[in-house]
Design a protein around this ligand. Structure first.
Ligand code: HPA
Length: 278
């Protein structure tokens, strides 16, 4: 069994969890896809082979928020075999990076060819509109902003550098072409990670803007970093659910999941176009 993909984390993946997911997937996975807040509808556009609640997998962390189903699905689409993570867990639910990065760690352990991560995010670039999709091309991570510092050691205490770019430039280009195939205007930019669960303060919005961040959210960064460190090719797309046009915004979880659900048709078309190209 290949556990090497997990060696960079202090807390190794439990072998029985890997075994249970491998037994569930029964075969090679071309792409693992994490479906974020309100974006679970992609599962309705694929041929589902099998599905199971995450609570049926030993050691799988429980999702505690609305809009996050907590299900794993094996599916076919565009001739590819997929593992879908419907819902994810977040740091603000009390989980450390070992758990928030779990889909990436499992995908790496299973030898998946690609990880596609999706999320709902707040737009900080005033030219963005609610419902836009943004290809993530870089990350700004401020995880200690609200007291998550201690759990950071789950990523390893050996201060390993990120030895490769987070995203393969050729894969980013494939994503751009896929969006063009599907006729979807794809924004692109830097995702700013903050731990939440409250949305950004005015000062944080202003700071992120100054720092060149295009969209902010509370997930995805651990998965991207974990995938990069495990040499698992990764693409990440944000659904922009709200845009901070001034430094003041009032955003609610209901609004986020509603707009994400509306944009999930575009996301599904984009992902299908991407699967055709990989
Ligand atoms: N901030 C952080 N996370 C989010 C937002 C936001 O404005 N919208 C959706 N997820």
């Amino acid at each position: 069994m290949n556990h090497s993909a997990n060696m960079h984390l202090r807390a190794p993946l439990p072998a029985d969890l890997i075994d249970a997911v491998r037994a569930f997937t029964r075969g090679d996975i071309d792409a693992a896809i994490v479906l974020g807040s309100g974006l679970g509808g992609f599962a309705e556009t694929v041929e589902i082979i099998d599905e199971r609640a995450t609570e049926d997998f030993p050691g799988y962390p429980a999702s505690t928020i609305a809009g996050h189903d907590g299900r794993l699905l094996v599916a076919h689409a565009q001739g590819k075999r997929l593992l879908l993570f419907q819902g994810r867990v977040h740091g603000y639910e009390g989980y450390g990076p070992a758990m928030t990065a779990l889909p990436a760690r499992l995908a790496a352990a299973l030898g998946a060819g690609l990880l596609i991560v999706t999320n709902a995010a707040g737009g900080l670039d005033p030219s963005f509109d609610a419902g836009d999709l943004m290809l993530i091309s870089d990350l700004l991570v401020l995880p200690a902003a609200r007291g998550m510092g201690a759990e950071l050691q789950d990523f390893g205490t050996d201060a390993q550098p990120l030895t490769r770019p987070l995203f393969d430039p050729l894969l980013l280009d494939t994503a751009r072409r896929a969006a063009a195939d599907a006729g979807i205007p794809l924004r692109e930019g830097t995702y700013g990670f903050c731990s939440g669960p409250t949305y950004e303060t005015r000062a944080e919005i202003a700071f992120f803007r100054l720092a060149g961040v295009h969209a902010a959210g509370m997930s995805t960064a651990p998965e991207i970093i974990s995938a990069s460190r495990a040499a698992l090719p990764v693409l990440a797309v944000s659904c922009i659910t709200n845009v901070a046009r001034t430094v003041r915004q009032a955003v609610t979880h209901e609004e986020v999941t509603r707009v994400a659900a509306q944009a999930s048709d575009d996301l599904a078309r984009f992902v299908h176009a991407l699967l055709r190209r990989i």
